[in-house]
Ligand binder design. Structure first.
Ligand code: CTP
Length: 216
């Protein structure tokens, strides 16, 4: 099982970056629970979170900073996974150039040129080996959670997606639901209930262990 977690950091200069508030907690809990159940598990973890103690569970951890470094790890590791869970909050845009040294204060507005980051999840799905199952995460405004998440699942060509509202980012709990490629929606007991991320990981793993594979 291959799990990604945490934010990316896209450098502006040698001291600053564009990032996001992801804590990596959800992906870390999923990797911990998978390893605890005996699945050989690798976690690709961004520059946050505490990987200490994951060794004891048998999780292999590789760290990344930029979307490009995550992309390279996925290129080499994803072909060997039976199940890929992309919980990382990957940048959608990054600065075109990284300024040497430190950008100086000149007291007037400046403009950063940004370029799109490739959709890593769609890339992994595009080269999946037969039988590999791929699960994404979708961070969405609560009012159109299912609809947007379902559109992402189809666009990225994956098997299931965990839809979670924006307030899940950086929080201890999650109000998530699992949307399947066949349209089924599953949620922990009560739709409005915020579930601790470690408990959600157990609930999710119960479902991912029996997720049907999309044979091609
Ligand atoms: N993702 C990715 N590569 C990116 C951006 C996102 O692989 N460059 C993955 C995330 O890991 C997550 C899924 O795509 O599993 C959805 O991420 P999200 O930020 O919700 O969606 P986006 O595709 O970025 O679309 P938008 O920002 O418009 O909501």
């Amino acid at each position: 099982m291959l799990v990604t977690a945490g934010p990316t950091r896209e450098p502006i200069d040698e001291v600053r970056f564009l990032g996001n508030r992801s804590s990596g907690r959800m992906g870390i809990e999923i990797a911990r629970e998978a390893a605890r159940r005996g699945h050989p598990t690798t976690l690709l973890l961004g520059p946050v979170g505490d990987a200490a103690g994951l060794d004891a569970f048998g999780v292999t951890v590789h760290r990344f900073e930029t979307a490009e470094s995550l992309r390279q790890l996925l290129d080499s590791l994803s072909p060997y996974a039976d199940l890929v869970v992309m919980a990382a909050a990957v940048a959608d845009y990054r600065p075109v150039t990284r300024h040497a040294g430190k950008l100086r204060r000149e007291g007037k507005p400046i403009t950063l040129d940004l370029e799109p980051v490739p959709d890593l999840l769609a890339e992994v799905a595009g080269r999946r080996p037969t039988g590999q199952r791929i699960v994404g995460f979708a961070l969405e405004p609560a009012e159109r959670l299912d609809e947007s998440a379902r559109a992402k699942l189809v666009r990225k060509g994956i098997d299931a997606i965990v839809a979670n509202p924006l307030e899940t980012l950086d929080a201890a709990g999650i109000r998530g639901r699992l949307i399947h490629a066949d349209g089924r929606v599953e949620m922990p007991s009560d739709d409005s209930e915020v579930v601790d991320k470690s408990r959600f990981a157990g609930w999710l793993l119960d479902r991912l262990e029996v997720l049907p594979s999309r044979e091609r």
